[in-house]
Design a protein around this ligand. Structure first.
Ligand code: ASP
Length: 442
């Protein structure tokens, strides 16, 4: 019997599955935490020059589509799994699973089936290694055409994964459509699988094991000594990951947040570190207003000016409709008396700017429209931001002023978890450093 009363679902990422040593280390963690279910990624990079198994598999699928030989690329997948299989003394099984994959690729199974095999083989290996119980994700997770989980999956998980004395091992990254074909999540999607399994099992905790000591308060490439966040809320995590913090996928928060299942982000290679705890309501650092800063560049601002705009009813709605019609999502829309700026990412606008401008001209007859490229957005994330906005703005501005950095826009909702500040792209790095120094560095 599993001794622990608490039910823990763990997810191990690609670096935790990249070598036999890291797999052995992950196995120790599964045992010591007495996990009820474990989700694994495909083997990731051993070092910076290495290639992820999923990348090789996706390349194989492209080659097959073009009718070109895929054997050379597939041999990288074979090599990686063979090394692992040999070290963990399951060579014959590993070869058999690789052969089945090879046959499947040859016989025309589609892109998603091919991409999912890294996780599938890895889960089989890990399950055998820890004496667990392999359960295929395709028998547990049903996905809609848009790659979103169908709620029926939670019932299936609850019914099929009965309590038992050995952990279930489930491949991450994919599920099955109603027509029976395999569908993957977007890249990095094993985080979502872990969250879905945790919710289906109504787990007490979802542990996400990765290769860093939790979520940092700012991008360590910009602030090398950025603090690790000890505890944060689901909303704060979603804001951070949406604005570029890469540790945990944004979509992985939704299934667990709805059920208030705490997520713990921990480091497989430094398990004694507490990591980051993501919860519905902060319990420890309740006084901390700002939890972190995230940033993203490449935004474009379309500025619409019209005399008397503030009193023209419905004009903002009409302007935003022009973006919606073109399937472009709007990041934020700071407004003045006679001016409204609509900010979107350049990847969203992707050649549609002129079309949107022409439509705005037709819809609202503006006096002027200007396009400003090269905008970077910095997002300050925390709780009660609007109640402390004067304090935040004065501290932040004095640091930015010292560096001669101008702010191009600021928005924050009255009761929100974030404040978004626009800068010229070229200043974004310096702006993050100044804001971190002003608001987070002690
Ligand atoms: N193996 C997949 C990827 O590389 C999914 C994952 O690791 O979460 O994107």
């Amino acid at each position: 019997m599993i001794k622990s009363e608490r039910s823990i679902v763990g997810k191990f990422g690609g670096t935790s599955m990249a070598t036999s040593d890291s797999i052995i280390q992950s196995g120790k963690i599964v045992n010591s935490e007495k996990m009820r279910a474990v989700v694994v990624s495909a083997p990731g990079k051993k070092n910076l020059d290495d290639i992820k198994v999923t990348d090789s598999l996706l390349r194989c699928s492209q080659l097959v589509n073009k009718g070109e030989p895929f054997e050379d690329v597939f041999s990288m997948v074979i090599e990686k799994f063979e090394d692992i299989g040999r070290d963990l003394e399951m060579h014959n099984d590993t070869i058999r699973w690789l052969e089945l994959t090879h046959k499947g690729i040859e016989s025309g199974f589609g892109r998603d089936w091919i991409a999912s095999r890294g996780e599938n083989i890895m889960a089989r290996i890990f399950s055998k290694y820890i004496d667990g119980f392999f359960y295929d994700a395709e028998d547990l997770i049903i996905l809609n055409e848009n790659r979103q989980v169908n709620n029926i999956s939670y019932e299936i998980i609850k019914n099929k994964l009965e309590k038992q004395n050995i952990p279930y091992v489930i491949p991450g990254f994919y599920g099955k459509k109603f027509d029976g074909s395999i569908l993957t999540f977007e890249r990095g999607g094993s985080d979502i699988t872990g969250a879905i399994i945790a919710r289906g099992l109504e787990a007490d905790e979802y542990q996400n094991w990765t290769d860093v000591d939790g979520v940092r308060a700012a991008d360590p490439r910009l602030i090398h000594d950025a603090k690790s966040i000890h505890e944060m809320t689901f909303r704060e995590m979603r804001e951070m990951s949406y604005r570029g913090a890469g540790v945990l996928m944004m979509d992985a928060i939704i299934p667990v947040a709805e059920f208030e299942i705490p997520v713990i982000v921990k480091n497989t290679f430094n398990p004694s570190n507490d990591g980051t705890r993501i919860v519905a309501k902060r319990e420890s650092n309740t006084e901390e207003i700002i939890i972190g800063i995230a940033s993203r560049d490449g935004f474009v601002s379309i500025q619409i000016g019209k005399n008397g705009m503030n009193s023209e009813k419905g004009i903002a709605g009409k302007i935003l409709e022009c973006f919606e019609e073109n399937d472009v999502s709007v990041e934020h829309d700071p407004t003045g008396i006679d001016m409204m700026s609509v900010i979107s990412h350049k990847d969203q606008l992707n050649g549609k700017t002129d079309k949107i401008i022409n439509r705005i001209k037709e819809m609202v007859c503006p006096d002027e429209i200007n396009v400003i490229n090269n905008i970077g957005l910095v997002c300050i994330v925390g709780q009660n931001i609007s109640k402390k906005s004067s304090f935040i703005l004065s501290k932040m501005s004095s640091h930015l002023l010292k560096k001669g950095i101008e702010i191009s826009s600021i928005t924050y909702p009255t009761e929100g978890n974030s404040m978004i500040i626009g800068f010229n792209n070229n200043n974004i790095k310096e702006a993050v450093i100044a804001i971190y120094d002003a608001l987070i560095r002690n």
